[in-house]
Design a protein around this ligand. Sequence first.
Ligand SMILES: Cc1ncc(COP(=O)(O)O)c(C=O)c1O
Length: 388
Amino acid sequence: MRSALRQELDKIKTGGLYRSLREVSSPQGREIVLDGNRVLNFCSNDYLGLSADPRLLAAAQQSLAQRGFGSGSARLVCGNSDEQVLLEKELARFKKTEAALVFSSGYMANVGILSALCGREDVIFSDKLNHASIVDGCVLSRAELWRYPHRDIIALEGLLAKASGFRRKLIVTDTVFSMDGDIAPLKDLVRLAKEYDAWLMVDEAHAFGIFGPTGGGRVEEEGLGQDVPIQMGTLSKAAGSYGAYVAGSEELIDLLINTARSFIFTTALPPAVAAASRTALRIIQEEPERRERLRRNADRLRRELQRLGFDTLESVSPIIPVVVGEAEAAVDLSRRLLERGIFVSAVRPPTVPQGSARLRVTVTAAHTEDDITRCVEAFAGVLNGRKA
Ligand SMILES: Cc1ncc(COP(=O)(O)O)c(C=O)c1O
């Protein structure tokens, strides 16, 4: 067995696709200690800089003192802490939906929702660049999976027009794409869903807390709350916490409680995590200046990277891809930046399509003007072949 495993690893290595873990020994933030070295962090999803916010820590600590650490069992057994129930009520109020349900992670939410709502008699239309958890949820559902070219409304309409004889049609999309940082054409998707009698599910993982006047996401920004029946998002990115939610009708939530296997057959989140998420939700609403700072930082970094000649695709979010093409080139660029104290990890196939390996640069509200200057200078230094 060992030699078979080694052979497989060797194959991964020769393609430049080998991944290994690095060790972080500091809190998350604009600066972290990575493998023992202090570096500026430009690859975190902690977009609003909340993961080490003292208010989240205090909420978690208070919950730890009152509720202990582990949750004991699944939600449907004895693990349904009042912290989770309150979090769900607050999320539903925030999202202006009848109800919400918390899952233990975004991955589990997508896998659970899609496999609960769709089966062999159904068809799912999924953007080609949707997150892996959506793809896995589609596969697990056993529904027919019709993937449409990225953000291509005309192609999607062609597929919808062809689909007949299915019990149920469901369109699913990231609202902000996790590796390209561009956005889904939500208004058109809503229109098509209505026209072709399809259900619409959105994944707001990279939009929740960031887009919309109160941080409700891209759906809020476009004023489409009433038109998107299945709204999923994570608490692990802008909220600086962990876990995920789906917001929608009472019937949707009730059905998921009864049928979503990744909800039913897993231990509930520790109550302290839910407590920290509730605090994050309050901060997201009360401190819009974080969103404003994030937008300014993202606009500046994107502009300056473009000025250096990098291809940043159609990014309009804090996710700024720097596409270099081959996997080895992306790894090399990442290594050279790290030599200059800037940490940006390389993203390679299968996470992104072949030939589009990149650095996935992300910026947060916590970065200072000086941090961004240092990041741009490091990219320029690598480009000009200067020694670190
Ligand atoms: C679009 C999208 N959906 C879902 C997830 C999974 O969320 P989580 O990290 O909470 O499991 C991610 C995380 O990378 C994501 O980018």
